[in-house]
Design a protein around this ligand. Structure first.
Ligand code: SF4
Length: 86
């Protein structure tokens, strides 16, 4: 994962504390945005970026990561364990 962006999540009651996007894997499919437009948006390079890491609950965030066809979205729990992709 060379070209990555990391985001901290500190939503109350959430088990997910970190989101990483591999920008080289992101192909602008936009399914993450279709699943959770509260969290994701495209930047000027048409890569997915987090606009608000705390905007949706865990289930929606996980579903948005699962929707990514190239698995460009990585999720980590509070212990630092990667929970997606499994
Ligand atoms: S679904 Fe994946 S490939 Fe598509 S914009 Fe989101 S991160 Fe990028």
């Amino acid at each position: 994962m060379a070209n990555t962006k990391e985001y901290t999540r500190n939503k109350e009651g959430s088990n997910i504390s970190k989101i990483i996007v591999d920008r080289d894997l992101c192909i602008t499919a936009s399914s993450c945005i279709a699943t959770s437009g509260e969290i994701w948006e495209l930047d000027s390079e048409n890569k997915a970026v987090v606009k608000d890491a705390n905007a949706a609950d865990d289930e929606i965030l996980i579903n948005s990561a699962k929707s990514c066809p190239t698995k460009a979205i990585f999720l980590f729990d509070k212990k630092g364990k990667q929970i997606w992709p499994e």
